[in-house]
Design a protein around this ligand. Structure first.
Ligand code: ACM
Ligand code: ZN
Length: 484
């Protein structure tokens, strides 16, 4: 008997919650499906025996995940005989993709969805708008993709540029990038593709910051329209000071039109409205924004972001969606129905023991945990001779596996932790090979964390299974990085 075949038979990723090998193998591919309301959502029971295979679930997702497990169990023409009882620890098991700094396109997105499904990930967070690019065609706003989806240059490979200084200008490559964007037909195709794999797409439209590409298309929506004279997205990385003018009703109507369309185009229950890294300097000096502050009885420009967040949380609720946003959008008086996406690892406030996501959960917000220290796959893998460029930081495979979405969260607030997500920012990720290398195998580790929670069996056990599982990824042509 070939040892590698035995290994392959039991190397499941993520590991099921309960797995018993009952001995022997079977070639009997007959599958009997049973519905049992007692099986938890997305969970399944799977029995592989000499007389065939039985899949029991309460929903279609559970049935689908039993199929994913069966595909990993299959070894040539045979399956090992097993009894599995399995269900996810967390209901939000996400992966994010930034298509704005670099654009990957439909085929790469579909491949990512295939791989997500193979790891029982169920939320695709699609970062579609940014300072450096607007990637979604919006009816009634043709200038968005005409100006916002193309750059005259990008930061040269191997360089770093975030400020737009004279030195940074020397680091641009002078190569036209785009136009790259998705049409309504593209989106409908990808939404359907995701749904077949039990993945819900969570579109992200950034506001009120990270909107420079939209302002390039419609300079009148900025506090200082003259700053958009070049009529193109931001060319370097980093945080842009020109943000949406919240004193301008037409700028707010523009975002409403975009989000109204997005609500109709994407059937999922959640829409991400960004909210991170929004400088307030333009608002401070803008007569329109200052007039808004006065009219709304806000204290100063710090009140503007919570004001617009409240507006769009309600706007989305009226369309049957829940709002999701990065840590910063929960600062201030924001409805508890707003979901937080926690990316900052830093502990908040002097002597305060909780990171921002944990604080939000304590205040009663549902939270998706995606702290950069554990979940940002543009951080370095610490591999010898790694050929790819990273934004910085260190995130080796074992660190991903050590992630606990409920760490720092008091027991009584843990019910608010929906789950976790890996984030694929693309300032320094140029193409699908680069992306795959950064995603895999680290996404396997995070997928196991999100599926098993505290029941994960430990890094040594994971790594042993990964030796086989990495082969499955490589066999699909995936540029999976080594395990160390
Ligand atoms: C973020 O990384 N700015 C959400
Ligand atoms: Zn303004």
């Amino acid at each position: 008997m070939n040892i590698s075949l035995i290994l392959a038979a039991v190397a499941l990723v993520p590991q099921p919650a309960k797995l018993v090998e009952t001995g022997g193998t079977t070639k009997n591919a007959e599958i009997r499906y049973v519905t049992d309301a007692a099986v938890p959502a997305e969970g399944y029971r799977l029995k592989v025996a000499a007389d065939g295979i039985t899949v029991t679930s309460s929903d279609a997702a559970g049935r689908y995940y039993a199929g994913v497990t069966l595909a990993q169990l299959k070894d040539g023409e045979t399956w090992p005989c097993v009894e599995i009882e399995d269900a996810p620890a967390y209901r939000w098991r996400g992966a994010h993709l930034d298509e704005c700094r670099h654009f990957f396109g439909k085929e790469t997105v579909k491949q990512m969805l295939d791989l997500m499904a193979q790891h029982k990930l169920n939320r695709f967070h699609w970062h579609l708008t940014e300072d450096q690019g607007w990637r979604l065609d919006i009816p009634g706003y043709p200038e968005l993709v005409k100006y916002g989806a193309v750059r005259s240059a990008s930061v040269r490979h191997g360089q770093r540029a975030t400020k737009g200084s004279k030195e940074d200008a020397d680091k641009l490559n002078g190569v036209k990038y785009g136009p790259y964007f998705y049409t309504e037909a593209d989106i409908r195709e990808i939404v359907a593709y995701a749904a077949e794999r039990h993945i819900v797409i969570v579109p992200e439209i950034e506001l009120p910051g990270h909107v420079f590409a939209a302002l390039a298309a419609y300079p009148e929506f900025a506090c200082v329209p003259a700053n958009m004279a070049s009529r193109e997205p931001r060319l370097v990385w980093g945080i842009e000071k020109d943000v949406l003018c919240l004193g301008n009703d037409k700028a707010i109507k523009f975002m409403e039109d975009v989000l109204d369309y997005v609500c109709r185009l994407f059937p999922g229950d959640v829409v991400h409205i960004g909210g991170d890294e929004c400088p307030q300097v333009r608002w401070k000096d803008c007569p329109k924004c200052q007039a808004r502050i006065k009219a709304e009885g806000l204290k100063d420009e710090h009140g503007l972001q919570p004001w617009i967040t409240r507006h769009f949380v309600k706007f989305l609720e009226a369309r049957g969606k829940r709002a999701l946003g990065w840590d910063e959008y929960l600062l201030g008086d924001v409805p508890k129905s707003a979901i937080g996406m926690s990316w900052r690892t830093r502990r908040q406030g002097a002597g305060h023991a909780l990171v921002s996501g944990a604080q939000a959960a304590v205040r009663g917000h549902d939270v998706v945990m995606t702290p950069n220290k554990f979940c940002y796959l543009d951080y370095g893998q610490c591999l010898p001779n790694d050929p790819f460029q990273y934004i910085g930081g260190k995130l080796p495979l074992e660190m991903c596996y050590s992630f606990d979405p409920c760490a720092d969260v008091p027991a009584e607030a843990r019910k608010h932790i929906l789950g976790g997500q890996c984030n694929n920012w693309s300032e320094y990720t140029w193409n699908e090979y680069d992306l795959a290398w950064k995603m895999w195998p680290r996404t396997c580790a995070l997928a196991e964390v999100f599926w098993l929670g505290d029941a994960k069996p430990g890094f040594a056990d994971f790594k042993k299974r990964m030796a086989t599982h990495r082969g499955r990824l490589i066999a699909q042509g995936i540029n999976c990085a080594p395990l160390e």
